[in-house]
Ligand binder design. Structure first.
Ligand code: ADP
Ligand code: ASP
Ligand code: MG
Length: 455
């Protein structure tokens, strides 16, 4: 049994879903469970509709819903063959319900995380239906399973955490037996609380759903089908032309994902690692490219650095103790504030009297700032970026930091961290300097590459 996950661009249109169908057909003998994201940019649009409605702009919200309805009908029905009328009913029912919800929100003028999840979930609920209809019309034996019946989560709406034990038991009981004989199709990203409220696992969470499903059914492989050839040596949105990394370890991939490689949701690796299930990153537009293989032990590699990850638009907080020296308990008080606002810190560096740290989630910044000011002086630096060299060999190759500093010698480096994990070396620089810095670092570390590991 394998799990195949197809991201938003891989299911965005009739043509894209047709490509997915032919890819899945080549692997039916491996008993795939197919996990899909919402079609194209549907999730963004659903959330935009929710915000418009809550701001009282009812007509704008309904117009977005109309646009989405038209897209799903146009691209979905074309794929459903003789079952088009049935799919038409399903799609319209979902959108009628959305219309009502959006109207309700525009009256109430408020958007709770729970309503946000109810609305955002519609993307995956629909795309999974569309794909299951397309599979059947193409002659595959396919069964749609509502992910909310098997992925149980806590009630932290918009960022829900799976209840692993219960979820794995349900996947074994409800999904595995069907997958023995039929291609199971489920929406990624969504789940439900034990009392049945719809939740989501956080943006980009379909990758995580795929890993959870794979761990639950003891799959032998997880395939993440997306719009790039695999994990690349640099983020293509910042530096096009990076090399494909053929083989990478769970630890390296997880570090890359954590420091901004959007190609993989950072939570994906843990279930795969725990059950030792290899993860492949593949391109649904170029299915013949062999992609990236992520396993416990990567292939030996002559290059110290495997990839350069980056996170844009982060904020540095400089927190200075109001006493002369760093008093006992200062760190604890700082981290209690972040804990209270459930905000994670990416990078930390300390001196005698001050602590600098970076946040990528500025949602609660004002309130965090206020709380920290009770016992410290705080300054903020916005528009910063983290650039991070990742590779298991960094730990036993001398001189990496020196080479990186040399390359960045004309940039103002605000913070440095040689990761506690020993496989990353990170810098914080101004966001405007990022493209130049990545290109220069790439030239330094990837001018010569080990052909066994890089394409
Ligand atoms: P999907 O919708 O399939 O989940 P995503 O947009 O979430 O796709 O992830 C794929 C994108 O990740 C790529 O289009 C690319 O822009 C981005 N990305 C960032 N860093 C990397 C990297 N190091 N290698 C490959 N892709 C990366
Ligand atoms: N559709 C969701 C999102 O856009 C989940 C995903 O694509 O992984 O965040
Ligand atoms: Mg994604």
């Amino acid at each position: 049994m394998i799990v195949m996950k197809f991201g938003g661009t891989s299911v965005e249109s009739e043509e894209a879903v047709a490509r997915v169908t032919s890819i899945v057909k080549t692997q039916v003998h491996r008993r795939p469970i197919v996990i899909v994201s919402a079609m194209g940019k549907t999730t963004n649009k659903l959330l935009a509709a929710a915000h418009e409605a809550a701001a009282g702009r009812r007509d704008q919200a309904l117009a977005i819903v109309d646009e989405l309805r038209a897209h799903h009908l146009l691209h979905g029905l074309a794929l459903a063959g003789p079952a088009a009328a049935e799919l038409d009913r399903y799609i319209r029912t979902h959108f009628d319900w959305l219309d009502e919800l959006v109207k309700g929100l525009s009256v109430v003028g408020e958007l709770s995380p729970r309503s946000m999840d109810a609305i955002a979930s519609v993307g995956e609920r629909l795309s999974s239906l569309v794909v299951s209809f397309a599979f059947r019309a193409a002659g595959l034996d396919a069964t749609h399973v509502d992910a909310r019946r098997v992925i149980l989560t806590d009630d932290r709406f918009t960022q829900a955490q799976p209840l692993f034990e219960q979820t794995y038991a349900l996947l074994k009981e409800r999904v595995r037996p069907i997958a023995e004989t039929s291609v199971v199709v489920m929406g990624g990203f969504i789940g439900a609380t034990e009392d049945g409220h719809t939740t989501t696992l956080g943006r980009g969470g379909s990758d995580f759903s795929a890993a959870i499903a794979a761990a639950g059914v003891d799959a032998e492989e997880i395939q993440i089908w997306t719009d790039v050839d695999g994990m690349l040596t640099a983020d293509p949105r910042i530096m096009p032309g990076g090399r494909r990394v053929k083989s990478i370890s769970f630890a390296e991939a997880s570090e890359m994902a954590y420091f901004g490689a959007k190609v993989l949701h950072p939570a994906t690796i843990l279930p795969a690692f725990e059950k030792n299930i290899p993860v492949l990153i593949l391109n649904s537009r170029r299915p013949d490219v062999e992609g990236t293989r992520i396993t416990a032990l990567a292939m030996p590699c002559k290059n110290p650095v495997k990839s350069i990850s980056c996170k844009r638009q982060i904020t540095i907080l400089n927190i200075r103790s109001t006493r002369m020296l760093m008093a006992h308990g200062f760190m604890r008080r700082i981290f209690e504030v972040f804990d209270r606002f459930e905000t994670s810190v990416d990078m930390v560096s300390t001196s005698e009297v001050s602590v600098s740290l970076t946040l990528d989630n500025a949602e609660n910044l004002d309130r965090i700032h206020d709380d920290l000011r009770q016992f410290s002086e705080v300054t903020l630096e916005e528009n910063q970026a983290i650039v991070c060299l990742v590779g298991e060999n960094i730990r036993h190759t001398p001189g990496i930091a020196g080479r990186a500093f040399q390359v960045l010698s004309n940039k103002n480096i605000r913070m440095i961290s040689q990761g506690a994990s020993l496989l990353n070396l990170g810098f914080v620089i101004a966001d405007k300097d990022l493209p130049d810095a990545v290109s220069a670092l790439h030239k330094e570390f990837f001018s010569e590459v080990d052909p066994a590991v890089f394409a």
